[in-house]
Design a binder for this molecule. Sequence first.
Ligand code: BDR
Ligand code: CA
Length: 310
Amino acid sequence: MPTPVIIDCDPGHDDVFALWLAAGNPEIDLRAVTTVSGNGYLKYTTLNARIALSVAGVEGIPVSAGAAAPLQRELTPADWIHGENALGGPELPTPTVPEDPRTAVQLIADTLKASDEPVTLIPTGPLTNIATFLMAHPELRDKIKEIIWMGGSTGRGNVGAYPEFNAWVDPEAADYVVRSGIPLTMVGLNISHQALITEEVIQRIGAIGNTTGAFGVELLRFFCNSYNEVEGMLEGPLHDPITVAIAIDRAVATVQRAHVDVETKGAFTSGATCIDLHDMLGKEKNVDVAITLDVDRFWSLIVDAVTALD
Ligand code: BDR
Ligand code: CA
């Protein structure tokens, strides 16, 4: 049976590939998509999620908008990587997929209630919606199988010396989710920087010859160009779909169980994930931290999913 999944995202170039991987892989049953402000303001991330599904011909999955701002802070969108509309590069079509009038929290609640089996939550942006949902619906916790989140880092960050963007945008939400006790796998920069978008990868996706692949190539070229300009990297890292790849096949990544705290107050480190890989603190190990990616398997999953779409 395919794994039932809700993706909570802030598309964002790599979020789009997470959506496509979930929609195009037979092991995943994508039940709902919710959006959060992060890479761009909510109006853009919601529109972009609808565009991502529309381009790929994925109809019938509800898409609802969530939080317009982090729990306690102002949003700083990642326009330096993703562009002002959070999806720079291709000309964006008017989506055929509509916006569901429910809030993200309501859609998550409805989807969990309607499911016979526990559902996997896959957030690929700041954790504002997930934390808000957990606060509002404690009675539905048992309907969540696990959370697989792209965020954090075992090492250095990408918005400062230590914090990673998704954790940094809403550290209070990340702290809440990490301490919630719900099984959590963290896909941080330490593993996502193994998913480098090589020229060979771009050629493989272009060679598929469908609409999704052509749109995807334009996304990847813009994204790599941003990484080149901002971080001096020729090959950008395709962070977000690693979460979905893990939901498809745990063997795609090794994990190490460790105690994780999210820094919410640091003068220089707000939003940093403090990951006690060497068990120096002797505290409860609360997170499966993804460490090493099977890079070939990961890209094969992406290529196969894009092939299966329009
Ligand atoms: C994360 O931040 C965003 O730019 C990406 O979509 C990814 O979710 C990487 O730090
Ligand atoms: Ca994202």
